[in-house]
Design a protein around this ligand. Structure first.
Ligand code: EPU
Length: 417
């Protein structure tokens, strides 16, 4: 199995180009199920999770091929409405095929995703939303079955904003009869990207990016070309890495409007952040000031940046309180950071108190999930000595060529096996 080896201590300099966003690409690729024709996606990142969704769509009968750097998905040949356990267990976001399948084919059977390293992650709001649209839902032998001759528009209220839940329901409601209103909807840029793509396909959607989204159902959607938006979490990861190591980098091909929560906190640490139309410049400054964070739904500070920010705070001057309010078990990286000399105490499961230390020390560590792996890469870049990170398959799910990108910025980092 691959590992990442990093000898820390180098400052980062130069330019890095951001890839397409995994969490935008996954629902967009799932939306091609709604279309009886070919949908073409550009700026698709080369990631394990993208391979997983392609395999899932191919198993449903869709044909996927790469043409001139674009992913073309032909939904006209879909002849199966069942997403099997072996495919879904590899990636929880496979639940995103549920809404499109039931909306287009009137029935869907999707393996119930289990819990994952960061929390239980139930899908009850996806299911109650589909039930509100008139689907009959049952769970048997580990599979969700949803049936409806045609979904009927309705009011749906989410107990809390759910990203993939909002996406699933937005896709399903696009082909429903009548109008649906999603209340307390998620407001992430990935929701807006999906609404824009569905609108291009012929859907009638208003309010995406706000807490109330109105969808007037249409009879069919048409094939279109879609460009995946830049990855705001990859952008944030490079920003925090440069703040931690010091140096001066230009992050290109990103969307500064999507990362306000991260910019705000990084500036408070003393890091110099300058934004341009589609790039961000970061100049690391010492000493790094400690800054408290609380993860919140967008536009708050993203939970997907909490682990990376915690690593930065391990070498800040002073104490930092980190409150993880989205997932109940998203501090697994803290135990690995402790092995590298960090001083972190966890209380009540979702509050971490980080006391800044002078520097981190290299150690063999293990990645437990995607963003935890990024936090350990940043720790390795800071630490004195050579760090080896194992289980980097977690990182390969969501970061495209991360070691090559850091290496081009001057880091001493390589993949070994
Ligand atoms: N929740 C429920 N019931 C539901 C759905 C969600 O209780 O039916 C809870 C969750 O347990 C959690 C909260 O609602 O406490 C928010 O979860 P959400 O549904 O928004 O998460 P998600 O859609 O499963 C997406 C991203 C995650 C990201 C979260 C939060 C994708 C494919 N995944 O997950 O990304 O952390 O939103 O922003 O978009 C990652 O990229 O590393 C990652 C985990």
């Amino acid at each position: 199995m691959d590992k990442i080896q990093i000898t820390g201590g180098n400052e980062l300099y130069g330019e890095v180009k951001i890839s397409g966003a995994k969490n935008a690409a996954l629902p967009l690729i799932a939306s091609s199920i709604l279309v009886n024709g070919k949908t073409c996606f550009s700026n698709v990142p080369d990631l394990m999770d993208i391979t997983s969704i392609k395999l899932l769509l191919e198993d449903l009968g869709a044909s996927c091929r790469t043409l001139k750097g674009c992913l073309e998905v032909d939904g006209s040949s879909i002849n199966k409405a069942e997403a099997e356990y072996d495919l879904v267990r590899k990636m929880r976001a496979s639940i995103l095929v549920l809404g499109p399948l039931v909306a287009r084919f009137g029935h869907a059977k999707v393996s119930l995703p289990g819990g994952c390293a960061i929390g239980a992650r139930p899908v009850n709001m996806h299911l109650s939303g589909l039930a509100a649209l008139g689907a009959s839902i049952s769970i048997e032998h580990g599979y969700i079955e949803a049936k409806a001759k045609r979904l009927i528009g309705n009011d749906i209220y989410f107990d809390m904003p759910t990203v993939t839940g909002t996406e699933n329901l937005m896709m399903a409601a696009s082909l429903a009869k009548g109008t649906s209103v999603l209340r307390n909807a998620a407001r992430e840029p990935e929701i807006v990207a999906l609404a824009d793509a569905l609108t291009k396909m012929g859907a009638k959607i208003n309010g995406a990016g706000t807490a109330i989204i109105t969808i007037e159902g249409v009879k069919k959607l048409s094939p279109v070309d879609i460009k995946i938006i830049p990855d705001r979490i990859e952008t944030g990861t490079f920003m925090v890495a440069c703040a931690a190591t010091g140096g001066d980098i230009l992050i290109k091909g990103c969307e500064p409007k999507h990362i306000g929560g991260i910019i705000n906190k990084l500036k408070a640490t003393g890091t110099i952040v300058s934004t341009f139309k589609d790039s961000v410049r970061i100049v690391g400054k010492k000493p790094i000031k400690s800054v408290d964070i609380k993860t919140l739904p967008y536009p708050g500070f993203p939970t997907d940046m909490q682990a990376q920010f915690m690593t930065l705070m391990t070498i800040a001057k002073g104490n930092t309180m980190i409150h993880e309010s989205i997932f109940e078990n998203r501090f697994v990286h803290a135990n690995e950071l402790l092995r590298m000399g960090a001083d972190i105490a966890i209380s009540q499961g979702n509050i971490a108190m980080v006391r800044g230390v002078k520097t981190l020390q290299a150690a063999p560590v293990m990645a437990s999930d995607l963003r935890a792996s990024a936090s350990l890469v940043i720790a390795g870049l800071i630490a004195r000595g050579t760090t080896v990170i194992s289980r980097v398959y977690h990182m390969d799910r969501g970061y495209e060529a991360i070691e090559k990108k850091f290496s081009l910025l001057g880091a001493d980092i390589k993949r070994i096996n």
